[in-house]
Write a protein that binds this ligand. Structure first.
Ligand SMILES: NC(=O)C1=CN([C@@H]2O[C@H](COP(=O)(O)OP(=O)(O)OC[C@H]3O[C@@H](n4cnc5c(N)ncnc54)[C@H](OP(=O)(O)O)[C@@H]3O)[C@@H](O)[C@H]2O)C=CC1
Ligand SMILES: CC(=O)N[C@@H](CCC(=O)OP(=O)(O)O)C(=O)O
Length: 348
């Protein structure tokens, strides 16, 4: 049995890790980490866990935790994981960090976009960007830190990657229009996320400034061999609980048909369990992936403007966070990648 500790188990992403791991046959969760609910029963914080979890919440002492578990998930705000890790811990235990602390390879870019000082830049190089479909070979039993990509970035990168890699589109013309359900903002109380502020309304936010922009640029830059790639990323908040929908646009570099585009997606994803390339003419919808680790991808050549429209949908708490983290854990421990993740999407 793999012993697991979760720092931030009381957040939305942490609770989703708990939900998924309860169905994982090779795992036992031994530490439900919290800041605000120490010594309270986890199932009193999340009553969906009534009679499923008997444990009480523990503090976020990573030093102590490292002696008790094989892997630690940090589902905590930006900066916390970097402030806790050290050599002693990394020599004992694997870390899967759901925050952005180890996603960007340039610490200056991290500090500029996140506006916080990075407390452990010495581990940035060795951390593996845990987008399993692209970096699977680098996520091995020797990996000590996985930087788990987030919801907007996973959707955007998986949707665009094959088209950029194969040179079908001009990467300098990429525009990504993304929408997220409100669970993407976490469980912490904020006025902007109150029911009356969100319900029956939609808005763009972080326009031209959202912190996921450099992460998408960096990863798509690797795909086309560029370190100066710039693109537009505009997120929107929509009144639903879960789900990310990305619609991306770019100029075509070649004359292609929808069938050509499908063939390129299939080249990269036909053997990927979690990426479903939809049939020609079908647009992805968040409701068709909800509760699952699937990413659905659609596409449409727009010959009038010689552009390609690419669409992707996933559940921000599953493939966008906890599900991808469990997928990474499976790779780290040599388990089948979809162990514990073979969940059909729920509907309605
Ligand atoms: N929500 C989403 O869709 C996604 C989230 N992520 C990332 O996952 C991480 C968690 O996000 P999310 O679950 O939404 O956030 P929440 O606000 O719902 O949860 C945050 C968690 O972190 C804990 N925490 C907060 N501050 C501290 C601290 N100083 N020390 C220890 N623990 C602390 C909280 O503990 P307590 O409640 O006990 O105070 C809580 O368990 C973030 O880095 C986020 O960017 C990534 C992809 C998608
Ligand atoms: C709706 C909403 O507020 N979403 C969050 C992104 C989700 C998230 O937690 O960020 P990571 O993917 O980087 O971990 C935001 O825009 O900051």
């Amino acid at each position: 049995m793999i012993k697991v500790g979760i720092i931030g188990a009381t957040g939305y992403a942490g609770n989703e890790i708990v939900r998924l791991l309860l169905g994982h046959k090779d795992v036992k969760i031994v530490w439900f980490g919290s800041r605000s609910y120490i010594d309270q029963k986890y199932a009193d914080v999340y009553r969906n866990m009534f009679q499923l979890v008997d444990d009480v919440c523990m503090d976020d002492n990573m030093e102590e935790l490292a002696n008790e578990v094989d892997v630690i998930f940090t589902a905590t705000p930006q900066g916390l994981c970097a402030s806790l890790v050290n050599d002693d811990i990394l020599n004992k235990v694997k870390i899967i960090d759901l925050s952005a602390d180890f996603r960007l390879k340039d610490v200056n870019i991290y500090e500029k976009w996140y506006k916080i000082e990075h407390k452990a830049p010495q581990y940035i190089d060795e951390a593996v960007y845990g987008l399993c479909e692209i970096n699977r070979d680098k996520i091995t039993k020797d990996t000590r830190i996985v930087a788990n990509p987030g919801c907007y970035t996973t959707t955007s990168i998986l949707t665009l990657y094959p088209m950029v890699k194969e040179g079908l589109i001009d990467p300098d013309t990429i525009i990504i229009d993304a929408k997220s359900g409100t669970s993407g903002a976490g469980r912490g109380a904020k006025v902007a996320n109150l029911f009356c502020e969100v319900n029956e309304s939609m808005k763009a936010y972080g326009v031209g400034t959202h912190r996921h922009t450099p992460e998408i640029e960096e990863q798509l830059g690797y795909a086309c061999g560029r370190d100066d790639l710039k693109l537009i990323f505009t997120p929107h908040l929509v009144p639903m609980n879960r789900g990310i929908l990305v619609t991306a646009y770019a100029n075509l570099k070649k004359d292609v048909t929808d069938d050509d585009v499908k063939a390129v997606y299939d080249k990269y994803y036909k053997d990927e369990y979690f990426v479903r390339v939809l049939d020609k003419g079908v647009c992805p919808e968040t409701r068709w992936v909800e509760g699952s680790n699937f990413v659905d991808i659609g596409y449409k050549v727009e010959p009038r403007t010689h552009r390609l429209i690419m669409m992707g949908a996933l559940d921000n708490l599953v493939k966008g966070a906890a599900g991808q983290a469990v997928q990474n854990m499976n790779l780290l421990f040599g388990l089948p990648e979809n162990e514990g993740l073979q969940l059909a999407p729920m509907f309605p």
